[in-house]
Design a protein around this ligand. Structure first.
Ligand code: CMP
Length: 436
């Protein structure tokens, strides 16, 4: 006996190696033991299709309908897309998706449930795939996958809405469904790499993914794990900034991709969609800030939330001056999104760029710590969101939490040294400077 999750892993490896019959035998063993595992049923059809068996179409259609009724609409779209890719008609599945999960559906409700997938740890009896398979293995597996839930009656009366899609009008939803691209990604591959440009966002239809950030030293911080129904990749699309994190597949993953162009074709619907996407982005940016910023490190989750509530949030247009050189230090700023430029005016009146600030960077600390006037100007280079914490509160935290004081002091010192190097104000004789 092997756990369901391990059988799937082995089957996925066999499939990736082109051993489709062996993979099919393992997925079929799962369907036999756990008929509600619609993912294994889809994979049986994938294996049969890879072996050229046209009967796979019946399985995709049957599983698609089961998924729609059991509260798993995105895998139903996967089935529809595969059918269409092979020249079959799947308009019945798409139409049912619109009726059942569109904004006018009476099935969507607060008391929604979905039929859950069998547990990962479920024990499965697996065949020895090194032994020859019976002649009718494929047809038996296809029949089992097609009819696995034929007797199943316990469908929910009310289903969960699909993020974003269920908020659209039916006409818009139909248009979007027509543009969704199915991407089937093997385990252990990347979907998104941090720093790359982003032109699309994704719905997770199946499988699990890991979201992580990498710092300058190559250390990774886990930000989230995503599964069926999650949305990701929206941040770069909305902000026109590089990807803020990497997203890799922990298992085989089915994604439905929405490109920039299909978003543009939805111009009339864009308001609510963009608003919903902005909501995801904001929550995630705040979560990431708390997970990665040294400013939040000394605190537990509740304290972090409490500290965050003391900040005010400000969206600033490109060119907005956030700090004027020479003014009193008003408080501490944190870049939630966007980029800002830092510069200083020299005695001869020229403006010297000192550097840039990006997501997660803290600024405004120098004047606060030294109780002096600000020594540089900070201007938004592009649209940015900055969080602001008033001076009195910063002073209280600095006095109460030594780690924060140390962090801000080290930051201010490093920046001062960098600035002196840029401005050529270093007092140390040149031959005594150590530049590492
Ligand atoms: P984007 O920056 O385009 O590419 C990486 C994606 O990771 C990002 O969009 C978000 O969709 C996703 N992401 C970043 N942080 C989190 C988080 N804390 N939780 C879930 N998803 C995240």
């Amino acid at each position: 006996m092997v756990s369901l999750v391990d059988v799937k892993r082995s089957a996925a490896t066999l499939f990736a190696q082109g051993q489709h019959l062996a993979a099919l035998r393992l997925y079929d063993a799962i369907v036999a033991a756990a008929p509600l595992d619609f993912d294994a049923r889809i994979r049986v059809a994938d294996c049969a299709l890879a072996m050229g068996d046209a009967n796979a179409a019946k399985v995709y259609r049957a599983v698609g309908w089961y998924c729609l009724k059991s509260g798993h609409p995105l895998p139903a779209l996967v089935c529809a897309r595969v059918l269409e890719a092979h020249g079959a008609d799947a308009s019945d599945l798409t139409a049912a998706f619109v009726v059942n999960y569109g904004s006018e559906s009476e099935l969507l409700g607060k008391l929604a449930t979905r039929v859950v997938l069998p547990a990962d740890g479920l024990a499965i009896t697996v065949p020895d795939v090194r032994q020859p398979a019976a002649a009718d293995t494929v047809s038996v597996a296809l029949a089992r996958a097609e009819h696995a839930t034929q007797q199943f009656k316990d469908f929910p009366e009310s289903v969960h809405p699909v993020p974003l899609l269920s908020g659209m009008s039916e006409a818009a939803l139909r248009r979007v469904l027509g543009t969704l691209l199915l991407r089937r990604v093997p385990a252990d591959s990347y979907v998104i790499r941090e720093g790359e440009p982003g032109n699309s966002f994704f719905f997770v239809a199946g499988g699990r993914l890991r979201v992580f950030a990498t710092d300058g030293l190559g250390r990774q911080t886990d930000l989230a794990e995503l599964g069926e129904g999650a949305v990701f990749g929206e941040m770069a699309l909305l902000s026109a900034q590089p990807r803020s994190a990497s997203v890799g597949c922990l298992t085989e993953v089915d994604l439905l991709e929405v490109g920039r162009q299909s978003l543009a074709s939805l111009a009339d619907e864009l308001g609510p969609v963009a608003e919903a996407l902005h909501g995801f982005t904001r929550e995630r940016l705040l979560g990431n800030l708390m997970a990665t910023s040294p400013l939040f490190k000394p605190f537990n989750r509740m304290q972090q939330r409490d500290l965050l509530r003391r900040f005010t949030s400000h969206d600033v247009a490109p060119g907005t001056v956030v700090i004027h050189e020479g003014e009193e230090g008003r408080g501490l700023f944190v870049v939630l999104a966007g980029e800002l430029d830092v510069s200083r005016r020299t005695s001869d009146g020229t403006t010297v760029p000192l550097g840039g600030l990006k997501t997660g960077d803290v600024f405004g600390e120098m004047a606060l710590l030294r109780n002096a006037r600000t020594t540089a100007t900070v201007v938004a280079q592009r649209t940015a969101t900055v969080l602001f914490l008033a001076r009195e509160y910063v002073e209280r935290i600095v006095a109460a939490v030594p780690e924060i004081k140390k962090y801000l002091e080290a930051l201010a010192e490093d920046r001062e040294i960098d600035n002196q190097l840029v401005l050529g104000e270093d007092e140390t004789p040149a031959d005594e400077r150590v530049l590492i």
